[in-house]
Write a protein that binds this ligand. Structure first.
Ligand code: MOS
Length: 712
């Protein structure tokens, strides 16, 4: 691949290098991680622990009948076999957490029981010897645009309206009209459907938990979670315990991408099993088990209709989304929400419809909503630019709205145009030949593409404390305490820097203690709200400490209640260069460049890592990621990292991220707008648009595989 890595389609001008390690400080927990001292959920030393291995339904729909555990119970080391027949299922709780259903199976892989044994191996071997009778019913796992069960949910996620609209969309889509006659050759129209497949989060650290109950009935649980406070509250609610009697500990978490932002059944299983056998219980899901038990991104079918005047101004935009949810749990991905934010069309319609299928509940996966939505919108914008004969950067610039189109709210700050301009400049976009399929580099067809990025900036209430510890003669040390989660993003480091800034001391003198529900309550590391929410509380606690110099505390509930009245979003622009082998259909992305405007950047090293991580995940989505759905067996297949391909180093020779120094005049204390998710939004569109530019082929269903590019 050296030919690809070194040879660029476009002459690249000398440009500023992205910041490198050392320019933004260090990782607070770096030494612990590289020496192995950092402990993840499954690694905590707990005396006398035994192991639970899940029993999962082998049908996608139907009833559980008899369960024969005799053979399993006779096997070495087996302590118990738990299922709905010998435990008390929780009523009225989220279905996924209602262990164990005595009767109903609604998706393949549903947790129906567990084997507890002295070792993980013994538990696993015995699980294979448990015999379960089922009465299967017909299942339905395939999403289609004409699904008879499509319905309109009350709201979509983030409590957003399901459908919105303004203006006369039908008239706008009909094109410019004069005296009742549609004018020809004036403007352009795009009517296109994009589909995205099921995606799985696949964080590096599989979901795991260790649960133990003390003699007073207090539950301690080491869990791989994105939010110890929220996890504690959910576990307490499901087990019907006072939250004060549950403690969640999670000092280090190996990624989540949303899959650890809500409590998963493994944690409930550990708690139930530990109570049943009277000993601490460890549960570690296998990679395969994660595909049914830790959430996924819904597939989408997105119909986009765009019409523009000859000068490119959008006359109308319609974005109609179809997606799936589970039979018992509604999860309504807000896929068209981004369209309400992005461009100033004269008329707009967005809708969401769901089909209830025999699938596990879909859930959050990095930039839920914006990731599939921006893929479709930004691909359609490229098709519109082609139809208009207009540069796709200029099409976006001319439609940049003065206020949020749907709500009319003013933007707290919006620098999409600046991102597009700086990105075009750094990438070398000027002078791009728009003709598709005409550039060759050796045997490869070459092309470039652009797309915009966006993600909302939100906060949730958080508490924090800070204490000045005993004076050591060098000015003393400070300890910040907050139930935040560091899921690999560097939250400890960023919060330490925010505290240092607020206290006016060196960051090396701040110790941040997080990852424990016994600490002051905090929201999750999710929805890109972590740093802004926690940072506001930490900054306020530090200001409080400055009053007496010893102790400070803060609760941002009232402050956060004042956040309304502004449209708060981050924006970005991504540029991709692709090479496509016309014989094999292989797509390579030698260069991916993003420029983002996301408020104040706390730490450049950590920020760059989030941006390029998101972009890499977007590249992965564009070319590789897809979970196959088996209509016959009624479930997901290919459930491992050999078959669910994720971009590796060889797939991303150059991913660069830059940012605009954005001073949001309405920003929050301590924090920027959040950067965990925006990087993945728009990437797949930029790559798809570049593939079109290279080949003249527009692939409308992700991922863009060789087979699709080669099909007649
Ligand atoms: Mo992120 S998907 O909101 O954890």
């Amino acid at each position: 691949m050296s030919e690809l890595a070194s040879e660029s389609v476009i002459a690249v001008r000398p440009r500023k290098r992205a910041p490198s390690a050392g320019e933004g400080g260090h990782r607070a927990e770096g030494r612990d991680k590289v020496t192995g001292a950092a402990r993840y959920a499954f690694e905590h030393p707990v005396a006398d622990a035994v192991y639970a291995y899940p029993l999962q339904a082998t049908i996608a729909s139907g009833q559980i009948g008899a369960l024969d555990a005799a053979e399993a119970l006779a096997m070495p080391g087996v302590i118990a076999v738990l299922w709905g027949g010998n435990t008390h299922p929780f009523e009225g709780k989220p279905f996924e957490l209602s262990l164990f259903s005595r009767s109903d199976v609604t998706y393949r892989g549903q947790l129906i029981g567990a084997v507890i044994a002295d070792t993980l191996e013994n538990a696993r071997a015995a699980a294979a010897a448990v015999h379960v009778d089922y009465t299967p019913a017909e299942h339905d796992v395939v999403l289609r645009a004409d699904h008879p069960g499509l319905y309109r949910p009350e709201t979509v996620n983030a409590r957003l309206p399901t459908d919105t609209g303004y203006g006369d969309v039908a008239a706008g889509l009909a094109g410019p009209v004069f005296a009742g006659t549609v004018l020809a050759n004036a403007g352009a129209r795009v009517d296109v459907t994009y589909t995205t497949p099921v995606h799985h989060n696949n964080p590096m650290e599989p979901h795991a938990a260790i649960a133990s109950w003390d003699s007073a009935g207090v539950l301690t649980i080491y869990d791989s979670t994105q939010g110890p406070s929220v996890d504690r509250d959910t576990i307490a609610a499901v087990l019907e315990l006072d939250p004060a009697r549950v403690r969640v500990i999670s000092p280090h978490v190996g990624g989540g991408f949303g899959s650890k932002a809500i409590t998963r059944p493994h944690a409930i299983l550990a708690a139930v099993a530990a109570r049943a056998v009277g000993r601490p219980v460890k549960v570690a899901l296998t990679r395969q088990q994660m595909f049914a038990l830790t959430g996924h991104r819904t597939p989408t079918i997105q119909h986009l209709e765009l019409a523009a005047d000859a000068d490119g101004r959008l006359a109308a935009v319609a974005h109609d989304v179809i997606e799936h949810t589970a039979t018992r749990t509604e999860f309504a991905e807000q896929t068209a929400a981004c369209t309400r934010v992005m461009y100033g069309a004269r008329a707009m319609r967005t809708t969401h419809r769901l089909a209830r299928l025999n699938v596990p509940a879909p859930s959050w996966m990095r930039a839920p909503g914006e990731t599939p939505g921006m893929y479709a919108l930004e691909s359609a914008m490229d098709e519109l630019a082609v139809a208009l004969g207009m540069d796709p950067v200029e099409l976006r610039v001319i439609n940049d709205p003065a206020a949020e189109p749907e709500s009319g709210l003013p933007f707290s700050s919006r620098n999409l145009i600046a991102c597009l301009r700086e990105g075009a400049d750094r990438f070398g976009w000027a002078g791009r030949d728009p003709r598709p399929g005409v550039r060759r580099r050796g045997r490869w067809l070459a092309g470039t593409g652009v797309a915009a990025s966006t993600y909302p900036a939100r906060r949730r209430p958080s508490k924090a404390t800070v204490d000045k510890l005993a004076d050591d003669g060098a000015g003393g040390e400070y300890e910040v305490r907050i139930a935040a989660a560091d899921i690999g993003t560097g939250a400890r480091t960023a919060l330490g820097e925010i505290a240092a800034c607020a206290l006016g001391v060196d960051a090396a003198r701040i110790r941040v203690v997080l990852g424990d529900s016994a600490l002051p309550d905090a929201p999750w590391a999710g929805g890109s709200i972590g740093t802004a929410s926690w940072g506001s509380a930490v900054a306020a606690a530090c200001e409080d400490l400055l009053k007496d110099g010893v102790h400070g505390g803060a609760d941002t509930t009232e402050d956060v209640a004042q956040d309304s009245g502004w449209a708060r979003h981050s924006f970005g622009a991504q540029f991709a260069e692709v090479l496509v082998d016309p014989l094999t259909g292989e797509v390579r992305v030698p260069r991916l460049l993003g420029v983002f405007a996301a408020g104040r950047i706390i730490d450049p090293v950590l920020a760059r890592s989030q941006f390029i991580g998101g972009m890499t995940m977007g590249l992965s989505m564009a070319l590789f990621e897809s979970t196959a759905v088996d209509a016959t067996a009624g479930g997901f297949v290919g459930m491992d990292l050999a078959q669910y391909h994720i971009a590796t180093c060889a797939d991303v020779p150059s991913v660069e991220a830059f940012w605009i120094e954005e001073e949001d005049p309405h920003r929050w204390p301590g924090g920027g707008k959040g950067i965990g998710e925006i990087g993945i939004t728009g990437t797949a569109a930029a790559i798809g648009n570049a593939v079109y530019h290279a080949t003249g082929r527009r692939v409308h269903d992700l991922p863009i595989t060789p087979a699709k590019l080669l099909s007649p």
